[in-house]
Ligand binder design. Structure first.
Ligand code: UDX
Length: 452
C-alpha cells in the first residue's frame, strides 16, 4: 500500500452533515477500512455522527457555528453556505494536526465542501471528491449555469415539458432549478461546487456504472479526473450512521404481512410538505385499500410536531392494514419479503437502496436531484411511476393500484429485480463495481505526498 514500513495509511473523510450525505460517506469509509486503510472522520458538531457506532474510525469534531441538535426540517442551501464559511479555519487546523501525526494518503470530501480544495492544495494533499448524487444528476447541476444563460430556467412554467437537449433525457421541469429567496447565492454555491470538483484528483460516485454509461461518458468530456462508480449500499448498511433512532417494530409488523403486499412510504430526511399535501397523501393511502408502512419524520409537515395534522377518520379507514412510524430501518424494510413497492421522494440513497433490493417505486420528487432521479426511474430504467400530477389523492390511489396490483407494476418489479441482479454481479470478482473499487484502492495507494 506504499505506506511507511509496517504502518497502515490513513484516509481522512469529510461528510456533509446531512443524512443523505453522511450515510454514503461512512459506507465508503467502511469499504476502505475493510481494504486496510485507517479512517479519520472530520465532522461538524451539527448533525454529528455517533462515534460509538463506528469504533473502528477516529472521529475529529470541528466547530461550525451551528446548533448541535439534529434538525428535523433543515434548510440545506443556507446551511451549506454557512458551514463553508465557518469551517475553513477549524478544518485547516484539524487537517494540519492529522498530517503531523501520520501517513495520510488523501482527503475524501463531499463535493459540497468546496472550500477544502484550497486547504489541501496548500498542504500538498490529494483531494478526492465524493458526489452523493447520481452522475446524471451531477451533470444537471453542472449544466445549470449554461442553461440559465440560455434562458431555459426563465419563465419555466410555460415550457415545463420541453426537453433540455444539453442533458438528455431531462425536461425543463426535471432541472434542479432553485426557487427561493436567495436563489442567486445558491446558484453561486453550485457553480463553486462544480468548479472545485473539476480540480479534484478523482471523483467517486455512489452508483452502478452500467446504469449510467452515457452519463459517465458525458462526465468524462467535461471532467478530466478519473471517476470511480461503486454502489456502496450493497457493501455496508447505512443503519449505523442514522441520525434518528430507527423504529424496529416495523420489521416485526412486516413479518406478519403477506409477501409483496406492503407499500413502504418515506420522503427522506429533508423534504417537507404542508398540511393540505399530508391529507392528500393520507387519503390516497386510505382510498387505495392497500397495506402500508409510512415513515413520517418529525418535521415532515410544516408547523407540526408529528401526526396531529392527520385527517380525522384516517386511522379508522386504515385500521389493521397500515402503520406509521417516525423513522424506519429503511434498507432492512426494503429487503423485507413483505414489501412490494416504495413510494419515495427519490433522494439518491433511497432510489439506489430500492433498486438494490429490486423494489419498484412511486416517485414524488420534491426538489434538486430528486427530480432528475425520478425521471430516470420512470423513463429510463422504467422501474417506477412518476406522480407527475403532484400529491393528489385520486392520482395517488391510481398509482398505488397500478404498482401493487396491475401488470404494469409487475413488469416494473421484474425490471427492478433485473437491475438488482446486475448490481449483485457487478460487485462480484471481475464485475464493474468490484474492478472500480480495486482501481480506487490502487489509485489512492499510489499517492506519494510531498511534505508541505
Ligand atoms: C438528501 C437530498 O434530499 C437528496 O436529494 C440527495 O440525493 C441526498 O441528500 P435525503 O432526503 O436525505 O436526501 O434522502 P436520501 O438520499 O434518500 O437519503 C436518506 C437516507 O436516510 C437513506 O440512506 C435512507 O435509508 C435513510 N432513511 C430514510 C432511514 O434510515 N429511515 C427512514 O425512515 C428514511
Amino acid at each position: 500500500m506504499n505506506c511507511a514500513k509496517g504502518k497502515q495509511c490513513r484516509i481522512v473523510v469529510f461528510p456533509l452533515p446531512f443524512q443523505g450525505h453522511i450515510n454514503p460517506m461512512l459506507q465508503l469509509a467502511s469499504i476502505l477500512h475493510s481494504r486496510g486503510f485507517l479512517i479519520s472522520v472530520v465532522h461538524t458538531l451539527y448533525n454529528s455522527p455517533d462515534p460509538s457506532k463506528h469504533p473502528h474510525f477516529a472521529f475529529h469534531p470541528i466547530s461550525d457555528g451551528l446548533s448541535e441538535s439534529p434538525d428535523s426540517a433543515p434548510d440545506p442551501v443556507r446551511i451549506i453556505k454557512l458551514i463553508n464559511l465557518n469551517c475553513l479555519q477549524p478544518f485547516r487546523q484539524c487537517l494540519h494536526a492529522l498530517l503531523s501525526h501520520g501517513d495520510v494518503k488523501c482527503l475524501i470530501s463531499d463535493a459540497n465542501w468546496y472550500f477544502t480544495s484550497s486547504v489541501v492544495d496548500a498542504l500538498s494533499l490529494p483531494r478526492i471528491v465524493m458526489r452523493t448524487s447520481s452522475v446524471g444528476a451531477f451533470l444537471a447541476f453542472a449544466a445549470l449555469s449554461l442553461l440559465r444563460a440560455k434562458g431555459y430556467l426563465l419563465d419555466r412554467d410555460s415550457k415545463m415539458e420541453e426537453p433540455v437537449e444539453e442533458v438528455p433525457p431531462l425536461k425543463v421541469k426535471d432541472m434542479p432549478a432553485i426557487e427561493m429567496y436567495d436563489a442567486e447565492d445558491a446558484y453561486k454555491n453550485i457553480a463553486k461546487m462544480v468548479e472545485e470538483t473539476k480540480k479534484a484528483s478523482a471523483l467517486i460516485f455512489n452508483t452502478f456504472e452500467e446504469f449510467e454509461l452515457p452519463e459517465i461518458r458525458r462526465l468524462h468530456e467535461q471532467f478530466a479526473s478519473p471517476t470511480f462508480a461503486i454502489p456502496f449500499h450493497k457493501c455496508f448498511s447505512a443503519a449505523s450512521s442514522s441520525l434518528l433512532a430507527q423504529d424496529r417494530s416495523s420489521i416485526s409488523w412486516l413479518d406478519n404481512q403477506p409477501p409483496k403486499s406492503v407499500l413502504y412510504v418515506s420522503f427522506g430526511s429533508v423534504a417537507a410538505m404542508d398540511t393540505g399535501k399530508l391529507r392528500e397523501v393520507a387519503w390516497g393511502l386510505a382510498d387505495s385499500g392497500h397495506r402500508f408502512l409510512w415513515a413520517v419524520r418529525p418535521g415532515l409537515v410544516h408547523s407540526s410536531e408529528w401526526l396531529e395534522m392527520l385527517p380525522s377518520g384516517f386511522s379508522e379507514a386504515t385500521s389493521g392494514r397500515g402503520i406509521i412510524i417516525k423513522w424506519a430501518p429503511q434498507q432492512e424494510v426494503l429487503s423485507h419479503p413483505s414489501v412490494g413497492g416504495f413510494w419515495t421522494h427519490n433522494g439518491w440513497n433511497s432510489t439506489l437502496e430500492s433498486i438494490c433490493e429490486g423494489v419498484p417505486m412511486i416517485c414524488s420528487p420534491f426538489f434538486g436531484d430528486q427530480l432528475v432521479n425520478a425521471r430516470y426511474v420512470s423513463d429510463v430504467w422504467r422501474v417506477g411511476i412518476n406522480l407527475e400530477g403532484g400529491l393528489e389523492r385520486g392520482g395517488i390511489q391510481e398509482a398505488i393500484t397500478k404498482l401493487m396490483d396491475e401488470k404494469e407494476g409487475e413488469e416494473m418489479r421484474k425490471r427492478a429485480m433485473m437491475m438488482k441482479e446486475k448490481i449483485d454481479v457487478g460487485l462480484k470478482m471481475g464485475g464493474s463495481s468490484c474492478s472500480a473499487l480495486d482501481e480506487l484502492i490502487d489509485f489512492i495507494s499510489s499517492f506519494q505526498r510531498v511534505a508541505g
